[in-house]
Design a protein around this ligand. Sequence first.
Ligand SMILES: *[C@@H]1O[C@H](CO)[C@@H](O)[C@H](O)[C@H]1NC(C)=O
Ligand SMILES: *[C@@H]1O[C@H](CO)[C@@H](O)[C@H](O)[C@H]1NC(C)=O
Length: 396
Amino acid sequence: MNWLLAVVLTVFTIFSAGTQSHLPRESPINSLCADLIHPANYSCTEHTIQTKDGYILALQRVASSRTDNPSFQYGPPVLLQHGLFMAGDAWFLNSPKESLGFVLADHGFDVWVGNVRGTRYSYGHVTLSETDKEFWDWSWQDLAMFDLAEMIQYLYSISNSKIFLVGHSQGTIMSFTALTQPNVAEMVEAAALLCPISYLDHVTAPLVERMVFMHLDQMVLALGLHQINFRSETLVKLVDSLCEGHMDCTDFLTSITGKNCCFNASKIEYYLDYEPHPSSVKNIRHLFQMIRKGTFAQYDYGYLKNLLIYGLSKPPEFKLSLIPASLPMWMGYGGYDGLADVTDVEHTLAKLPTRPELLYLENYGHIDFVLSASAKEDVYKHMIQFFRAQRKYSSW
Ligand SMILES: *[C@@H]1O[C@H](CO)[C@@H](O)[C@H](O)[C@H]1NC(C)=O
Ligand SMILES: *[C@@H]1O[C@H](CO)[C@@H](O)[C@H](O)[C@H]1NC(C)=O
């Protein structure tokens, strides 16, 4: 469908029909430590870093034992990098026995939690406010080159040690991209990637397919929005109108990620107090470009602006082959994942310089890797074994 027509129809739908939303408008967000970590009796400290392009990011450091105990020593540092529309809270939404953030802390890791620009924990900039359209002028390549690269640098300098990196979904494309940079890769000891994405042309999640088909990215730009915030009145109505009569979106997570086997559906309301977090329209456009074109490349500004910015008519591709072959990698992926489709994961594997250690779970979907009640047994224990194997000669 012509996207302008779609915009007209959608705007019409918004102002004519009474629609019902499935997401709470406001979220009880203070700080991640105060919201989820301290209540579980884990030690947690808030840190902030400022990126080279001026964003103020929150990082949390989590440990299981009391860090004020004089004999306390942090184990190996691990950075958790969340996915799209999520923030660091995603690693702590289940019980301490089930959630990766708590489980790693229980195993003695020095757990650091990343939150990218635009999420509710990292909503600041030195000069811009979130109501400025320039505040939202970034996509995942900036999240990789600025946010992730600079968080890694910060941890590396604090801990005086190479770090373990964990990514989920968008956190994996950020990791791949950052690790193609030799100065970043040399600070990383090993990477464990859940639902790895770099090529996206086999996405099957129904609401995402429909958003790509309907050019949701252009629709929201036409509405004058630069932020994708599923809690805003406009977007809630837009999504309702996309779903209405086309698909059942009452289960919002399923419609944007595909089927999931193992998370507790009766906790959905609670999860939706925290997720989704905002992201930028430019980021969504960049991802939609990849879904349409099947490339793992920089943002496509169109012929003329590409020439101006890149000196090329097409945006340059990222080369997975530039990731050092010596960097140990582990990946977990699932047969039901509607976003990190198995065909696309195989494409990624074919482009990497060496074959990572793989964990394939046939019944797992995109969200299961973070929220499944049995992920500790199914996934995290294997990840921890992988990390431990990298340090078999150290005292830890
Ligand atoms: C945390 O510790 C306090 C004081 O020791 C205790 O009363 C509370 O039940 C603990 N909470 C959890 C979730 O374990
Ligand atoms: C699912 O979540 C509900 C609500 O928190 C809880 O009462 C129930 O015990 C959970 N079920 C399982 C199998 O963990």
